[in-house]
Design a protein around this ligand. Structure first.
Ligand SMILES: Cc1ncc(COP(=O)(O)O)c(C=O)c1O
Length: 357
């Protein structure tokens, strides 16, 4: 064993950690690689964070995130006791995997999806059963039925494809797996997919996870939440209070509540991203790209005549970052986050040069 690793536990030696998209500090970079919102958050968010920084930082924050749970519950017509908040949805997902998926049976997930799900499985020693997406990279919910499952996790819209399932398909999934928790990760839902939150009263096994990192422009604040019936939320609270009682600091709580108060800002920026996505899709078609229909703040594209990794490197040399996954089935695709109009234009110009049109 490598001398440096001799203090590591067996689990730490085995795990394969998630690799986040690059966050380089290069000036004037066109950063389209981590699905952040290209627009800043509401000015009300900044105002409230500033005010929160000026009072009470010597005190711990509210361990129950009460004001934020109430704001989220109000927005989604839930009871605050049906909401659980965490330090980014990644933390909420990690707690959910720990709380619900440590079963004798594997957790079912699409073979092409958010790669962090498999990382949590590795961390907690949970077996994963990867259900192939179809030829068009769409999730086939029928393939999840009648399989022994200790849990199910899907992203809707899926990542990195951007493809969305209709609610009938989500219900089909929920009905086919009544005896385990079905986790629907709706990180990108505000950009064009239907949310499963209204199904919560009907299904005691449904947990929906959201983030404020994408449609509310708060990736830097680290806030996410889960919504589900009270018994599921209670399980998450038990995990949280066995790990870190104060996952959200005072600044994050103040900023996140304000993000729900400024509904107009949210609507305007969300629409701007959707419009840019549609405009970019047309421009990419003109360059000969295949673009999967996207309900997210990114597009997943490939060019029949140009290697995806070479395109990503060519863009990088021109100061534009996009995401390329060296993963079977999707190695010829690029995931491109939707930027401002100017960023999208810079991307299209650089791609036109690279592919020579
Ligand atoms: C599908 C999916 N779920 C969850 C997350 C994590 O978001 P957060 O910033 O809330 O941890 C991401 C981030 O890119 C994502 O793509």
């Amino acid at each position: 064993m490598d001398g440096r690793q001799r203090f590591w536990s067996a689990r730490v030696r085995e795990i394969v950690p998630y690799v986040p998209g690059e966050q380089p500090r290069i000036p004037n970079l066109v950063k389209l690689n981590t699905n952040e919102n290209p627009y800043p958050p509401s000015p009300l968010v900044v105002e409230r964070i500033t005010a929160a920084a000026q009072q009470g930082l010597q005190l711990y924050p509210d361990p129950q995130s009460t004001a934020l749970r109430e704001a989220i519950a109000h927005h989604h017509r839930l009871d605050a006791r049906e909401v659980f908040c965490g330090n980014g949805s990644d933390e909420v997902l990690a707690h959910a995997f720990f709380a619900f998926f440590q079963q004798p049976h594997p957790v079912l997930m699409p073979d092409v999806t958010y790669s962090f799900y498999r990382v949590y499985c590795g961390l907690y020693g949970i077996e994963a059963d990867l259900i192939p997406v179809d030829e068009g990279l769409q999730i086939d919910v029928a393939a999840f039925a009648d399989r022994p499952a200790g849990g199910v996790v899907i992203a809707n819209p899926n990542a990195p494809t951007g493809s969305a399932l209709p609610l009938v398909a989500i219900e089909q999934l929920l009905r086919s797996q009544r005896d385990c928790v079905v986790l629907v990760d709706e990180a990108y839902v505000d950009f064009g997919a239907p949310s499963a939150i209204p199904l919560i009263p009907k299904y005691d096994n449904l947990l929906v996870v959201h983030t404020l990192s994408k449609s509310r422009s708060l990736a830097g604040l680290r806030v996410g939440f889960a919504a589900g019936q009270r018994h599921l939320i209670e399980a998450l609270e038990r995990v949280k209070d066995s790990f870190n009682s104060y996952p959200l600091d005072r600044l994050a709580l103040a900023g996140a509540v304000a993000a729900y108060e400024d509904h107009e800002h949210f609507e305007r920026k969300r629409q701007a991203v959707i419009e840019s996505r549609e405009a970019l899709t047309v421009q990419l078609w003109r360059l000969g790209f295949e673009v999967l229909p996207s309900a997210a703040n990114f597009v997943f594209v490939r060019h029949p005549a140009h290697d995806a990794q070479s395109l990503a490197s060519g863009l990088r040399e021109r100061g534009i970052l996009v995401r390329h996954f060296k993963q079977r089935r999707i190695e010829q695709y690029l995931r491109i986050s939707i930027g401002t109009a100017a960023q999208c234009e810079a991307l299209v110009q650089a791609l036109a040069l690279l592919i020579g049109v």
